[in-house]
Design a protein around this ligand. Structure first.
Ligand code: SF4
Ligand SMILES: [Zn+2]
Length: 234
């Protein structure tokens, strides 16, 4: 079954001429709905491109607060809590409303910004992607709080609100001003959601840190992001 979602404009993949296009959702009888972009060029014929292998993600990424896949088990249908900033991916993007603008593109927003706030780490994984030096106490190599604020605010001022800000490293919880930075992020109206990418070592061993982190969870737009690897499948 094919259902049309909207008409739009695109470009021919061969000659790059502007062409009319249609976004359609198709169900294949396997219970899955996929979203395609169909377009046709007078010189080069018809094209069909898969733009989302899961129609539910298409709804989430549309950026409309009213956008909903209709499946009540899906996150996009959940009623936001009072005063909640929903933070759907793409919600800060702005439609290009300039009449006759030859560029049929939307102004992009920053869906995801990742900033490494600490170089050092309290583990020494042989496979470390960041080549982080081991460092605790005085040996921690960290970017200063003032510098981090300037860099993050610079992204917001240039590109508009950040939907998800990831604080990464090294091990970000080693930053000497970690909670001050977190508080500043939470109070910043230009940041919808904060993720902290952590190895969990400090959380496991430092009760005072864990207690304070627990209090910060009340903010609601915040995830402490852990990864667990093991020799066998979980
Ligand atoms: S925990 Fe992460 S940052 Fe630290 S050494 Fe391991 S891979 Fe590198
Ligand atoms: Zn063409």
């Amino acid at each position: 079954m094919t259902q049309s979602l909207k008409s739009t404009t695109s470009r021919c993949p061969v000659c790059a001429d502007p062409v009319l296009a249609e976004v359609v959702v198709k169900s294949n009888g396997d219970g899955k709905e996929r979203v395609f972009l169909k377009k046709s060029c007078g010189k080069h014929g018809a094209f069909e491109t898969l733009i989302s292998s899961d129609a539910r993600f298409y709804w989430l990424s549309k950026g409309e607060e009213s956008g909903c896949c209709g499946d009540e088990k899906s996150g996009c249908c959940a009623e936001p809590a009072a005063g909640d900033r929903i933070g759907f991916l793409g919600r800060n993007a702005q439609l290009n409303l300039v009449p006759d603008d030859p560029k049929p593109f939307h102004k992009l927003s920053t869906c995801l910004a990742l900033i490494e706030i600490v170089d050092s780490c309290n583990l020494s994984c042989p496979t470390c992607f960041a080549d982080s030096p081991v460092g605790v106490g005085d040996k921690i190599q960290a970017t200063s709080l003032a510098d981090l604020k300037t860099r993050i605010q610079g992204v917001i001022d240039r590109k508009g609100p950040i939907e998800i800000l990831q604080l990464s490293g090294g091990e970000p919880t080693l930053h000497p001003d970690f909670f001050e930075l977190l508080g500043w992020c939470h109070e910043n109206p230009g940041i919808d959601y904060v993720l902290v990418n952590s190895n969990g070592a400090r959380l496991a061993k430092d009760q005072e840190f864990a207690d304070e982190l627990g209090r910060r969870m009340d903010y609601g737009h915040f995830q402490f992001y852990l990864q667990f690897d093991g020799p066998a499948e979980g």
